[in-house]
Design a protein around this ligand. Structure first.
Ligand SMILES: Cc1cc2nc3c(=O)[nH]c(=O)nc-3n(C[C@H](O)[C@H](O)[C@H](O)COP(=O)(O)OP(=O)(O)OC[C@H]3O[C@@H](n4cnc5c(N)ncnc54)[C@H](O)[C@@H]3O)c2cc1C
Length: 468
């Protein structure tokens, strides 16, 4: 008899949501977290009176999507989410709203008119091809866009690619841009087909010609080309990112135990079936194990995964990010907006003045803003940090005299980047009863939404195998 029904390795948001949902299926669960704090990349903490998050966060697909589903089905407490507000492009002229659809794109004068016309045609082609079923997952943005665009337009497209995939336009797929910019859904809710979206007789007519899944894709794509609103279902949690973590913890049943400062060093198997976990603090046996650390590291924990599986895991691509949090002694007029901004020349950042959502995140009368950069691995980090700082000063020349707190966070935002050749693992592994969850086990959407997808896939796999 095992010590535990389920052991979850990793106490980030994927591990904790796995533990919480499994406990609601009457499983008794032990969570092992190597660090002294739980939450992983989904947390907030105090720095000199300012409450910073781990990176700047926009939580997406909250109206319909995996997190909505998990919250509805399993949470006892849900965070209060506030509308994220628009995305802006900052240039030396100030802020311009990022276009959500082709009509708005026509007026987006950050880019030259000639380029806008060329790019509108390209977007329409991408939509049409995607609607007709062409697989754009292997098609790089770089190869898809028209030749002869200005450097400004190329830098802009590159910045979008970095923010959506963590990689340049040469490694980002067209499919990623369409789904990541909310133009296309990467999934539909299970009740979509029951909704009164399409008249019943029309549904019957269409399904004579298309499969159900094809049809769902076509409808969502075509309507979005004209009406898309990027920010519509994106939100920021009141009281900061830790509000999401706290809601998961408050929703946990007493069937879950969490042990921190406890690193899993190997996973014990017998005859291809999982048996337990060896940690720095001792050995625990379990009927099932859910691993939510880096899947890339799995071969160092368990030996009999098989050569081809181990080979595939080597293709997981990761990107490092640096977030620079600045605590300001005043509220700057340049940052007087609700939403987030992108700067794209010569170096891209994505920034959010998060105390504008909630003044409690900064001391009274002060402001907190986070700037996230993708790290340039080709230069030493110290050098790159200086360049990032310089970029902030270039974008906001008045900011320096107001900085009273600077805090750097060096992180891996997603355990796997969605690049053209990047690999994603499945929730099942070659070892019986060893499962995976986390942002390297599902390529849909990003961040916490992707963590949500991975937990739903985990539950599905366990249900299929009769465990829950
Ligand atoms: C700068 C930045 C910006 C981001 N922006 C957004 C955004 O806008 N929107 C969004 O939705 N998401 C965003 N994210 C991503 C989001 O925060 C993460 O995707 C999510 O928190 C990942 O959760 P996870 O549990 O899968 O992984 P992690 O948070 O990495 O958790 C894994 C946990 O496992 C533990 N662990 C690993 N190995 C072991 C072991 N051997 N034994 C015990 N414990 C182990 C780790 O210590 C960690 O706590 C951003 C992240 C960053 C850093």
């Amino acid at each position: 008899m095992s010590d535990h029904e389920v052991i979850v390795i990793g106490g980030g948001i994927s591990g904790l949501m796995s533990a919480m949902t499994l406990s609601k299926h009457e499983k008794e669960v032990l969570v092992l977290e190597k660090s002294s704090r739980i939450g992983g990349n989904c947390n907030s903490y105090d720095v000199e009176g300012f409450q910073v998050d781990t990176g700047v966060h926009a939580i997406s697909h909250l109206l319909v999507g995996p997190m909505r589903r998990i919250m509805d089905l399993y949470f006892d407490y849900v965070p209060v989410f506030m509308d994220l507000g628009p995305y802006y492009i900052r240039t030396h002229r100030g802020l311009t709203k990022v276009p959500s659809n082709l009509r708005e794109f026509a007026f987006f004068d950050v880019l030259p008119k000639k380029d806008r016309i060329l790019l509108s045609q390209t977007i329409t082609i991408a939509f049409t091809q995607s609607t007709l079923g062409t697989n754009l997952k292997n098609q790089s943005v770089y190869n898809f866009i028209p030749k002869g665009l200005s450097q400004d337009s190329l830098d802009f497209i590159d910045a979008l690619c970095y923010s959506l995939s963590g990689r340049s336009m040469k490694e980002t797929s067209v499919h990623r841009i369409l789904t990541g910019s909310s133009f296309m859904r990467d999934s539909v809710p299970e009740n979509f087909w029951e909704d009164e979206v399409v008249d019943t007789s029309y549904k019957a007519l269409l399904t004579d010609h298309f499969s159900m899944s094809q049809l769902k894709g076509h409808l969502s794509v075509l309507s979005r080309l004209a009406n898309n609103e990027i920010g519509m279902s994106q939100k920021y949690p009141r009281k900061g990112l830790k509000a999401i973590l706290n809601s998961v913890l408050y929703s946990m049943s007493d069937k879950v135990k969490i042990t921190t400062s406890c690193k899993a060093t190997s996973i014990i198997t017998d005859n291809g079936t999982v048996k337990g976990v060896v940690t720095e603090n001792g050995t625990y046996t379990a009927d099932m194990i859910v691993y939510t650390g880096f899947v890339k590291d799995l071969p160092s924990l368990v030996t009999d995964l098989g050569q081809s599986y181990v080979q595939d895991l080597k293709d997981i691509v990761q990107t490092h990010s640096m977030t620079i949090w600045l605590g300001l002694d005043t509220k700057m007029s340049e940052l007087n907006y609700i939403g987030s901004e992108i700067w794209f020349k010569p170096r891209a950042y994505w920034a959010m003045p998060i105390s504008n959502y909630d003044q409690e995140l900064a001391p009274p009368g002060k402001q907190l803003v986070g700037f996230t950069f993708i790290v340039d691995e080709s230069v030493p980090l110290v050098e790159d940090k200086k360049r990032m700082y310089k970029t902030i000063l270039e974008a906001l020349p008045n900011i320096e005299e107001h900085i009273e707190m600077t805090h750097y966070q060096y992180t891996i935002p997603e355990k796997a980047a969605v690049t053209i050749d990047g690999y994603f693992a499945d929730s099942r592994t070659p070892i019986k009863n060893l499962y995976l969850a986390g942002t390297d086990t599902d390529s849909r959407s990003m961040g916490i939404t992707r963590a949500g997808y991975s937990v739903l896939e985990l539950l599905k796999a366990m249900r299929d195998e009769g465990h829950i």
